[in-house]
Design a protein around this ligand. Structure first.
Ligand SMILES: [Zn+2]
Length: 294
């Protein structure tokens, strides 16, 4: 099979890794070209290490943390994100640095997405579902909408400046940790996950990637609990230990009815199936705290 080019564009630092980190790791291991692009660097919404201190009164707070400005926090966050990518074998990480407290669908961001797609020429685009949480909250569906509009612009057959030729992505996969949040806004969109990826062999690398995102408290116990609760939940539904889920935008067309070898092999008895399903390792990954100051 030819090497694939895969571009993941997501809202916040954690999204690329907790929603699709294992899958992206598999593609990087196979030699595919994987790029992760962060629409925001999570400076205002995902930097509790610093922002919690800013909200404390003088005398109670760590002044070095409380005094860090937006640019310094962004720099710290981006060093964490680059390190998280390396844990998964992802070395091409891009930052759009849009604001994360208020992100609207805007022409500048759409054009940045279009330019990136024309530059990288991905076969596969991964992003948030545009209808997650009613298509409104949180920033995820807004990013999904920006990315889909950028994808459409990138594919226009006659681009405005003709500097970079148009490119048409072949397939889009949507991610989301669970079926949105259990809010009434989410009721209008019930995710139908169609593609499951078994990430059991790399779930330890995924936990280590989340360990890098300590400024948003995704390290340590959270990384392990998340892998067991979310990836483990999808796994148990598919008779595997740990899985990630995707919704393809376009239906896949086959010559024959698709069935995996592993699906055929699982008919080897109840004990073997439960034994495989019970593989339990994400919570045992050793934790090593890392700092990303410069
Ligand atoms: Zn997010």
């Amino acid at each position: 099979m030819k090497k694939l080019k895969i571009l993941m564009i997501c809202a916040h630092p954690g999204d690329a890794f907790d929603d699709s980190g294992g899958t992206l790791c598999h593609h990087a291991m196979r030699g595919d070209e994987v790029t992760v692009c962060l629409m925001t660097s999570g400076t205002r919404s995902h930097a509790a290490l610093f922002t919690d201190e800013k909200r404390k009164s003088k005398g109670e707070r760590n002044e070095a943390f409380a005094g860090m400005d937006g640019a310094a926090i962004t720099g710290y966050k981006e060093r964490e994100i680059i390190a998280a990518g390396k844990e998964l074998g992802i070395t091409d990480v891009r930052f759009f640095e849009e604001e994360d407290d208020l992100l609207l669908i805007n022409e500048v961001a759409i054009k940045k997405v279009a330019d990136l797609i024309r530059e990288l020429k991905p076969d596969i685009l991964i992003t948030h579902h545009p209808m997650q949480d009613g298509g409104l909250l949180t920033t995820h569906p807004i990013v999904g909408q920006i990315v889909l509009l950028g994808n459409e612009a990138a594919g226009a057959r006659w681009t405005r400046d003709e500097k970079v030729p148009p490119h048409q992505v072949k397939q889009v996969f949507f991610v989301g940790a669970l079926n949105g949040k259990p809010w009434s806004l989410s009721q209008s969109f019930i995710a139908q996950w169609r593609v499951y990826v078994d990430i059991t062999d790399v779930v330890d690398r995924k936990v280590k990637a989340l360990d890098c995102l300590a400024s948003q408290r995704y390290d340590g116990d959270y990384a392990r609990k998340r892998a067991e609760a979310c990836d483990g939940y999808w796994g148990t539904r598919m008779d595997i230990p740990y899985g990630e889920t995707f919704i393809p935008m376009l239906p896949e067309v086959h010559e024959f009815l698709p069935i995996m070898d592993s699906t055929l092999e699982t008919n080897t008895g109840w004990t073997a199936r439960i034994g495989r399903l019970s593989e339990f390792k994400a919570h045992m990954v050793p934790y090593k705290k890392r700092e990303f100051f410069e």
